[in-house]
Design a protein around this ligand. Structure first.
Ligand SMILES: Nc1nc2c(ncn2[C@@H]2O[C@H](COP(=O)(O)OP(=O)(O)OP(=O)(O)O)[C@@H](O)[C@H]2O)c(=O)[nH]1
Ligand SMILES: [Mg+2]
Length: 301
C-alpha cells in the first residue's frame, strides 16, 4: 500500500526498482506482526494476545513506501526467559535460515520493544543475536517502542529519558532511529489516530534509514554466527555441529569453496571452538580472529 507523500522525507533512493529486505525482530508479543500489518494497510499476518507466541514462522510481505518496494519479514520472537528451551532453539534456527536464504541481502532491521516492559536482558540478547548474526554494524537498525499510547509523555521523549537510553547504551545497542508508536487500532478503533500517526512515523524512519542491501560472505558469516552464540552462550553443541556441517557442505556444493577448503573450514571451527569454548565472554569475542588465523595455517599446510 502506498503512503501519502511526505515532503519532510529527504531520502536518497537507489535508481533501479527492486525490493529491499527489512527484518522485524524482538521478543514475543512486542507487536512485530502488528507493525507488518500496519505497514501493509491490512491484516496480512495474525496477531494475538497469547503469552506463548503467535508467530511460529517468518512471513514476508511486500510494502510500497514512497515508491520504494520493501519486502518486510515478520519473525518468531526470541525470549530471554526460555533460554535453552526447544522453542527457543527452534526460533533461533528459523531466524538463522531466514537470513541465510536472503541472497539479495538485508537493507534494514526493525527492533520492537514494548514500552514499560522492556528489560536489559531482552535488549542484550535480541540485539546481540541480530547484530551479531546479521550485520556486525553494517545494517542499520531502527527501534520501535510499541504500546506507547498510554504514555503521558510526548511520544519521542521516551528515548531521551535517561533510564531508557541508558538501558540500551549499557547493552551497547545504538539504534539509527527511534519512534514511540501504537501498532494497534484498539477495540472499536480507540487508537485510530495514534495508529495512523505511527504508520507515518515508521514509514518515514524506513525511508530515512534503509541502505543498499548488505550481504556477508558465507564463510565470514558463519564465523559471525559462531562468535555470536559463543558470546551469548545460547546454542547447544549438537546443533552447532549440525549447522556447521550443513553449511560447509553447502558452500562446497555451491562451488564457493573447494572440498578441501570445506573440510579445513569445519576443522578450524571445531578447533577454535574447543580452544575457547569454555572461556570468558571477552575471549570468545576473539573467535573470528582465531578462526581466520587457523584457516590460514591450514592453507599454508
Ligand atoms: N495497546 C497496544 N497493543 C499492541 C500494540 N502493538 C501490538 N499490540 C497488541 O499486542 C498483542 C501482540 O501483538 P503481535 O503483533 O502479535 O506481537 P508479536 O511481536 O508479533 O508477537 P509474537 O508473534 O507472539 O512474537 C496483540 O494483541 C496486539 O494487538 C500497541 O502499540 N499498543
Ligand atoms: Mg507475531
Amino acid at each position: 500500500m502506498s503512503s501519502a507523500p511526505n515532503s519532510e522525507i529527504q531520502a536518497s533512493q537507489p535508481e533501479n526498482k527492486k525490493s529491499f529486505n527489512v527484518i522485524i525482530f524482538g521478543k514475543t508479543g512486542t507487536g512485530k506482526s502488528s507493525v507488518l500489518n500496519m505497514l501493509s494497510g491490512k491484516e496480512v499476518v495474525k496477531v494475538d494476545n497469547g503469552v506463548h507466541g503467535c508467530t511460529f514462522d517468518s512471513a514476508a510481505h511486500i510494502c510500497q513506501i514512497q515508491q520504494v518496494e520493501f519486502r518486510i519479514h515478520d519473525t518468531v520472537g526470541l525470549n530471554e526467559d526460555d533460554d535453552g528451551s526447544v522453542q527457543h532453539k527452534e526460533a533461533f534456527v528459523k531466524l538463522y535460515r531466514l537470513v541465510r536464504n536472503l541472497e539479495d541481502g538485508v537493507s534494514l532491521l526493525i527492533y520492537c520493544v514494548a514500552a514499560g516492559r522492556v528489560t536489559s536482558k531482552e535488549v542484550a540478547m535480541n540485539w546481540q543475536v541480530f547484530h551479531g548474526i546479521i550485520c556486525k554494524g553494517e545494517v542499520p537498525i531502527i527501534l520501535l517502542i510499541t504500546n506507547s499510547e498510554e504514555s503521558d509523555i510526548d511520544q519521542d521523549v521516551w528515548w531521551e529519558q535517561t533510564a531508557n537510553a541508558e538501558l540500551f547504551r549499557n547493552c551497547v545497542a545504538h539504534p539509527n532511529g527511534v519512534a514511540c508508536i501504537t501498532a494497534t487500532q484498539g477495540g472499536r478503533g480507540v487508537y485510530k489516530t495514534e495508529y495512523e500517526k505511527s504508520r507515518l512515523k515508521v514509514e518515514k524512519l524506513i525511508i530515512q534509514h534503509y541502505s543498499e542491501p548488505w550481504r556477508l560472505q558465507r564463510v565470514a558469516w558463519l564465523a559471525n554466527i559462531y562468535e555470536s552464540y559463543l558470546v551469548a552462550g545460547i546454542w547447544p553443541s549438537t546443533r552447532k555441529r549440525e549447522i556447521l556441517l550443513v553449511e560447509a557442505q553447502k558452500l562446497h556444493s555451491e562451488g564457493r569453496v573447494e572440498e578441501k577448503e570445506a573440510r579445513e573450514l569445519a576443522k578450524a571451527f571445531e578447533e577454535v571452538e574447543q580452544e575457547i569454548g569454555n572461556s570468558r565472554p571477552e575471549a570468545k569475542k576473539g573467535f573470528r580472529q582465531k578462526f581466520a588465523e587457523k584457516l590460514l595455517d591450514y592453507r599454508r599446510g
